[in-house]
Design a protein around this ligand. Structure first.
Ligand code: ADA
Ligand code: CA
Ligand code: CA
Length: 278
């Protein structure tokens, strides 16, 4: 379900239409508001969504190497990137090479395949107003690679928010998530499987109707999920919502099989001092 529709002529078109409307309304003495398509998610008691300082249309993936400060502008896809469905072949808005840092960015709608990171990288204060196919994908090249997501938040993920498809550790900290399927999934059926890790630290999650687990890992490849700091999960919508779901993954592109859930102290490591279920 889309929360709102977006016409094909894009933000500039909307602005122009808005101006024309306003001009026309001016003749009849009525004030019309400009219609913005990339709206903030609804107000949340747990987070303050940032207000964009500007709007940036992205028609081809932006390649980042080194440091990029988005200065809290809203970046969203147009033309080939003007997609936000569940198609697995979408390109990202940002493509980060090994060693990159991306900060102060708002990803608007359409968000396509979000952000791809090839190697070690850091996302600081990045917000997704309405996640596309997923929010960010880590394609670590070896077990030492780390993708750090520090600060920010995400809303509107029909399925996954963060996807770990290569090697290495994903750290998700100081992050807010709502209206999501899974916050994190170690790829269940990628052709290159490995023992992937995730560290969840100071995360606030509001479980929604579509939420199926906070993190999903493959037990047969020795994945791990480690919870640090204070993580708060509001699960009124689904009282049995699992924090950590284990699966038997494969490298053949098949649908993986679910096994057990929750803390076992080895693969899923948490306690009632690191995870608070509300
Ligand atoms: C699904 C799919 C994977 C991979 C992933 C992604 O989980 O089964 O093969 O494409 O999405 O990276 O979006
Ligand atoms: Ca996917
Ligand atoms: Ca994807």
């Amino acid at each position: 379900m889309r929360w709102f529709t977006r016409s094909t002529f894009g933000f500039a078109g909307a602005l122009l239409a808005g101006m024309l409307l306003a001009a026309a309304a001016g003749c009849s003495g009525k004030q019309e508001k400009i219609v913005y398509f990339n709206r903030n998610p609804k107000v949340s008691p747990y987070v303050k969504w940032p207000t964009p300082t500007g709007e940036v249309e992205v028609d081809a993936q932006k390649r980042i190497s080194g440091h990029f400060d988005g200065k809290m502008q809203r970046f969203y896809g147009v033309e080939d990137l003007g997609t936000s469905g569940q198609d697995e072949d979408q390109e990202p808005i940002f493509r980060l090479s090994d060693g990159s840092v991306l900060e102060n960015v708002i990803i608007g709608d359409p968000a396509a395949d979000g952000i791809h990171c090839y190697g070690t990288c850091t996302l600081k204060n990045v917000w997704w107003e309405r996640v596309g196919e997923d929010a960010a994908t880590f394609r670590g090249q070896d077990d030492k690679d780390v993708m750090i997501i520090d600060g920010g938040g995400a809303s509107g993920a029909l399925d996954k928010v963060f996807q770990n498809n290569g090697f290495g550790t994903m750290v998700i900290k100081n992050f807010y998530v709502e209206h999501f399927g899974k916050l994190y999934r170690s790829c269940g059926n990628c052709s290159r499987q490995s023992a992937r890790k995730v560290v969840i630290e100071n995360v606030t999650a509001v479980v929604g109707k579509r939420s199926s687990c906070l993190v999903g890992i493959n037990e047969n490849y020795g994945d791990q999920a480690i919870f640090k700091g204070i993580n708060t999960i509001y699960r009124a919508e689904k009282p049995k919502f699992p924090v950590c779901q284990k699966w038997i993954g494969n490298s053949k592109g098949l649908e993986p099989k679910k096994t057990t859930t929750d803390n076992d102290g080895v693969l899923c490591q948490y306690s009632d001092t690191s995870v608070f279920l509300k």
